[in-house]
Design a binder for this molecule. Structure first.
Ligand SMILES: Cc1ncc(COP(=O)(O)O)c(C=O)c1O
Ligand SMILES: Nc1c(O)cccc1C(=O)C[C@H](N)C(=O)O
Length: 386
């Protein structure tokens, strides 16, 4: 890579308003970390917070912490921290369970909300596998037919609901959330979005686009830590009719009434099921501090600039669209022997990942990845390929 590229990267880093955020994360100089679309980096302050959670809240206060340390309300409170990042209002988003489980809740609830005469459930033809598996089971359980959906396909009077990944995990293609949601509504159907690869990476605008349900994981661009709980969004005007297929005592209007009959709670709590995974939840809540004062628009602008820069400096074929409107926050390159090439990249300090059959995937997390990282990754890739 030329000195010119390095100088250009330095210039871009110098004028980057988000560059200061990198210091908030635990990273090492030897590594270019481009796998935040799989597991986000650790915000430096989280271990101290977790020490306090373990030693004081759990160790000393024990059971009292459900109230006194706010454990009981952590799912809604943490949901309210995520809501502005995905363009949602307070009280619409709850944190808990995995994305897979939340896909099940959202999709079955959407099917139950649709006209029962509608017999088709559409699922993104290139979906991340778990959504497809869950959708197949949800369709089978509700007596519907599962139909693969490619954005642009018509929806009609048979469509009950459509489930789409906002950003394709393999190619990094950004799907048209406003357009697909509007098309679903025009056809009389409900739209469910999987935001795993867009939450924290780009503006989503759930409320503005009247999305019915959305789910997403928090361990990628939201840096919640391995296996941190997912989120579930229910549109405000659907909340009173949201009929969760997994009602549990935590979604009951009066959990400690412990009555045999189920009366759903109001608002976001309906999306809860059982006892929340408090340690992971509180690590996530703490990790979200890095978003204080950060706008998702600034994150998007830097993400596009970073991926543009990287694309300009690589020679392999990109399967990630060149058009900004169709690009998430990753670059996926087609490469012969991609598995072995990625192994070598990692050995040389550039961490991305490999996806079957021939994809090198590089995730760009604007809060901690800079232009010098992109430049070094492209240079190391060129040397591995040579
Ligand atoms: C689009 C998408 N949906 C779902 C998941 C995973 O869901 P879970 O957290 O339940 O494993 C991932 C990544 O693992 C993903 O990329
Ligand atoms: N959730 C993961 C895990 O538990 C282990 C390894 C990777 C993951 C991932 O998140 C993969 C990711 N969703 C993907 O886009 O491929």
């Amino acid at each position: 890579m030329s000195e010119q590229s390095a100088a250009r990267a330095a210039e871009l880093d110098a004028s980057d308003e988000l560059a200061v955020c990198r210091e908030l994360f635990s990273l090492d100089k030897e590594t270019v970390y481009l796998d935040g679309n799989s597991l986000g980096a650790l915000p430096r302050h989280v271990p101290d917070r977790m020490r306090d959670v373990m030693e004081r809240e759990w160790g000393q206060l024990r059971i009292r912490s459900w109230d006194e340390s706010g454990w009981w309300t952590a799912p809604e409170r943490t949901g309210d921290r995520i809501a502005p990042i995905i363009g949602a209002a307070a009280g619409t988003t709850v944190v808990g369970d995995s994305t897979s489980v939340n896909v099940f809740k959202a999709l079955v609830a959407a099917i139950r909300m649709a006209d029962p005469a509608r017999d088709e459930v559409l699922v993104d033809a290139t979906t991340f596998p778990t959504d497809g598996y869950v959708a197949e089971s949800a369709a089978r359980m509700t007596g519907k037919r599962l139909v693969p959906y490619t954005p642009g396909d018509p929806m009609g009077p048979r469509t009950a609901a459509v489930l789409v990944n906002h950003v394709d995990y393999r190619t990094g293609r950004l799907h048209d959330l406003p357009g697909i949601t509007a098309a679903a509504h025009e056809a009389g159907a409900l739209a469910v979005w999987d935001l795993c690869h867009s939450a924290g990476a780009l503006p989503v605008g759930l409320e503005a686009h009247e999305v019915d349900f959305a789910v997403g994981c928090t361990y990628k661009y939201l840096n919640g830590g391995p296996g941190s709980p997912a989120f579930l969004y229910v549109r405000p005007d659907h909340q009173s009719s949201f009929d969760s297929p997994l009602p549990g005592w935590n979604s009951h209007a009066d959990p400690f009434g412990m009555t045999p009959d189920f009366t759903p709670g109001t608002g976001a709590v309906r999306g809860r099921v059982g006892t929340p995974d408090i340690l992971s939840m509180l690590a996530l809540e703490s990790a979200l501090d890095v978003w204080d004062g950060v706008s998702i628009e600034a994150v998007r602008a830097k993400s596009l600039a970073l991926t543009d820069f990287f694309l300009e400096h690589v020679t392999l074929e990109s399967v990630t669209p060149a058009a900004h409107a169709e690009r998430g926050s990753q670059v996926s390159l087609r490469c012969a022997d991609a598995g072995a090439v990625m192994k070598e990249l990692i050995a040389r300090g550039v961490v991305g990942d490999f996806r079957q059959p021939d994809i090198l995937r590089f995730g760009f997390t604007p809060l901690y990845v800079g232009f010098a990282d992109a430049e070094r990754a492209a240079a190391v890739l060129a040397s591995v390929l040579a």
